[in-house]
Design a protein around this ligand. Structure first.
Ligand code: NAP
Length: 251
């Protein structure tokens, strides 16, 4: 039986999928029926095995996303390995923590380049292929700091606020060409990215007290939202930022 969430016959490209949220999204897309290419700088051995265990094709593209240099190659390799590109998930991201008054230009540039600049130019490269085929889904991974200021993470907040704005800007230009551009804003999810927060007893308690669901999220909590936004069930969803946060923003 087919459902509007079925991704059979679709292909996806997920960045930063060797671990955490990217891995969970890549696996969820494959379980929904998509063949998946993963692009990143670390060997995604476990992720490739999990995609193949879903009975789908898995492709590894080694690329450092701290610059736009590999962007065209990533799309080219996806197209030659999988034949087409239906779904792009811009997940790769980094965070640097320091007091705003001491924050360095290096920490500013590193985060903006990976989280925002590469996200835009990879989306642009994917969109060229999607426009030619008349359809596509682009899903950006935003953050609670797309909506809030955060503490001691100024470049991360700037990048993720930028991701929210870019999601709408790209949606406005590409919706009429058959491309749905949306974002997922994860709440506090247990991954490498939040290891420092999880280990900080005080901040961990403050965070937990504010989450109505009463727990940190798991990477797998993001997978269903990605399948939805990648599927025909979301064909009329454009420029939306979907919070998957256990109710954090509702508080
Ligand atoms: P993670 O486990 O640290 O995963 C980040 C991924 O991005 C890893 O695969 C990492 O590869 C990759 N990456 C970073 N810099 C890269 C580069 N220069 N080139 C290629 N790949 C690179 O953290 P995560 O929590 O799953 O984060 C995934 C996304 O969710 C990020 O955009 C993050 O900002 C966002 N997010 C996370 C949370 C949360 O609570 N965890 C909340 C909101 C948003 P390596 O393993 O090689 O570093």
């Amino acid at each position: 039986m087919t459902t509007p969430f079925d991704l059979s016959g679709k292909t996806a490209l997920v960045t930063g999928a060797n671990t955490g949220i990217g891995q969970a999204i890549a696996v969820a897309l494959s379980k929904a029926g998509a063949d998946v290419a993963v692009a990143g700088r670390s060997a995604p051995t476990e992720t490739l095995a999990l995609i193949e265990a879903s009975g789908r094709k898995a492709v590894n593209i080694t690329a450092d996303l701290s610059s736009t240099e590999p962007v065209a190659r990533i799309v080219d390799e996806t197209l030659s390995a999988l034949g087409r590109l239906d779904i792009l998930v811009n997940n790769a991201g980094i965070i640097r923590r320091n007091d705003a008054v001491d924050f360095t230009e290096e920490d500013w540039d590193a985060v903006i380049d990976t989280n925002l600049k590469t996200l835009f130019f990879l989306s642009q490269a994917a969109a060229k292929s999607m426009i030619a085929q008349g359809a596509g889904k682009i899903i950006n991974i935003a953050s609670m700091l797309t909506f809030q200021g955060g503490i001691r993470v100024p470049s991360y907040t700037a990048s993720k606020s930028g991701v929210g704005g870019l999601t709408k800007a790209m949606a406005n230009e590409w919706a009429a060409k058959g491309i749905n551009v949306n974002a997922i804003a994860p709440g506090y999810i247990e991954t490498n990215n939040t290891a420092a927060l999880q280990a900080d007893e005080n901040r961990n308690r403050q965070i937990m007290e504010r989450i109505p669901a009463g727990r940190w999220g798991k990477a797998e909590d993001i997978g269903g939202a990605a399948v939805f936004l990648a599927s025909s069930a979301a064909d009329y969803v454009n420029g939306h930022i979907l919070a998957v946060d256990g109710g954090w923003l509702a508080r």
